[in-house]
Design a protein around this ligand. Sequence first.
Ligand SMILES: C[S@@+](CC[C@H](N)C(=O)[O-])C[C@H]1O[C@@H](n2cnc3c(N)ncnc32)[C@H](O)[C@@H]1O
Length: 233
Amino acid sequence: MLRIDIISVQPQMFRGFLEESIVARAVKKGACEVNVVDLRDFGEGKWKKVDDKPYGGGPGMLMKCGPWFEAVESCRPDAATRVIMTSPAGKTFTQRDAETFAGLAPLPSPDHLIFLCGHYEGFDARIETLATDRYSIGDFVMTGGELAAAAMVDAIVRLLPGVLGGGPAATASETFGRDGGGLEAPQYTHPPEFRGMKVPEILLSGDHRKIEAWRKAEARRLTEANRPDLLPS
Ligand SMILES: C[S@@+](CC[C@H](N)C(=O)[O-])C[C@H]1O[C@@H](n2cnc3c(N)ncnc32)[C@H](O)[C@@H]1O
């Protein structure tokens, strides 16, 4: 079973995420275990300090080494644990990474992930020595790493066996999925006509070969229009 530890100075931010989401369902089904560790428990002195001024000057505060090293050690990482630092300066997290961490890629999958959620101006650079990976969720800067960690954990956990109905095939044909990696074709449900907008005739035809061909062509059209960078070169 995959164990996920998330270290944060704002553990309460994960309350809804862990109680209401697909992650809650996955935990209930025994697909994974998710623990949130309060960095403040490892804070220094009477005020449980986790941050300090940067050497050399500059705005804001940096997260201190001591609390981070102790918090990570409290999660008992072993040689196979992936310690993921959230950072706008990291590699952009993709569906391929979610598949690797969920054990869908051919690479050996880890059974323990630790997410480090930064705050303030970020981490003292020495904290990076704790990390095996540094991931960003996009080219923008947020106040803290909690939303980034939640986004990555959600993307990983929904791929774990037994979490979604439909098995691995359900996610293979999605946007960025393992079947081609482009965008998903448009989808429709009842009613067949809504405010003058009709479901494409082909989807009502029952001809599965033609429907499959239509979906492939639509997926290609959307990918060319919105994300040409995803097309094979
Ligand atoms: C205000 S940011 C620090 C930004 C840092 N001073 C810089 O310029 O790279 C505080 C924390 O939010 C998290 N964070 C912000 N944007 C992120 C992103 N796009 N992806 C992942 N984590 C992010 C990281 O944990 C980061 O340490």
